[in-house]
Design a protein around this ligand. Structure first.
Ligand code: 5CA
Length: 156
């Protein structure tokens, strides 16, 4: 098992959750691919979008419904600092995951996190499990508790 996948499994287990990490036959690298592989609505896919806080120099995480796009100005307001692009090396260094498989949990360091209220409109949402081929299903309320995410309007 990949270290990234194992880190997600451990994080969920440590939280007392019995969550099935599913390996898909097709790529789940993008939200569109993940929705097709799972057979769910695009907005049921949790995109874990990472920005670099230009004040802190550390990454900030925005859990976004698959069909929504982040408004950079709103996101910066929510984060309380200007945001810039997080290059793949920074994403890897702080989350422990490569882009396309960034999970909402199991990061190498604690990451401030905000969540798109759209995700709450589903009983279950699907998130990346650390690789571009693994996903897991979770109730949005549980995802929020686990990530410590604050609900906020940061989408277009
Ligand atoms: N596994 C899927 C669904 S759970 C997934 O990870 N989707 S995602 O949307 O969270 O991750 C892809 C996102 O990575 C893209 O939307 C884009 O915002 C971001 N991304 C892609 N390339 C780069 C890059 N070079 N630098 C920073 N972010 C990137």
């Amino acid at each position: 098992m990949s270290k990234s996948l194992a880190r997600v499994r451990t994080a969920l287990k440590d939280a007392g959750l019995a969550v099935d990490l599913r390996e898909m036959e097709a790529s789940t690298r993008t939200a569109e691919e993940a929705a097709a592989a799972v057979g769910c609505a695009l907005d049921q896919i949790v995109k874990s979008i990472v920005f670099r806080g230009e004040g802190s120099g550390h990454v900030r995480l925005f859990l976004t419904a698959g069909g929504n796009r982040i408004c950079p100005e709103k996101a910066a307001r929510v984060a309380g600092e200007p945001l810039g692009r997080a290059d793949p090396a920074l994403v890897r260094a702080e989350t422990g995951f490569a882009i396309g498989g960034v999970a909402p949990v199991g990061h190498l360091r604690p990451i401030p996190c905000w969540a798109d209220p759209r995700l709450q409109q589903f009983d279950t949402v699907w998130a990346a499990a650390g690789t571009p081929r693994h996903v897991f299903a979770i109730a949005p309320a549980v995802l929020l508790r686990l990530t410590g995410a604050t609900l906020a309007d940061f989408t277009l």
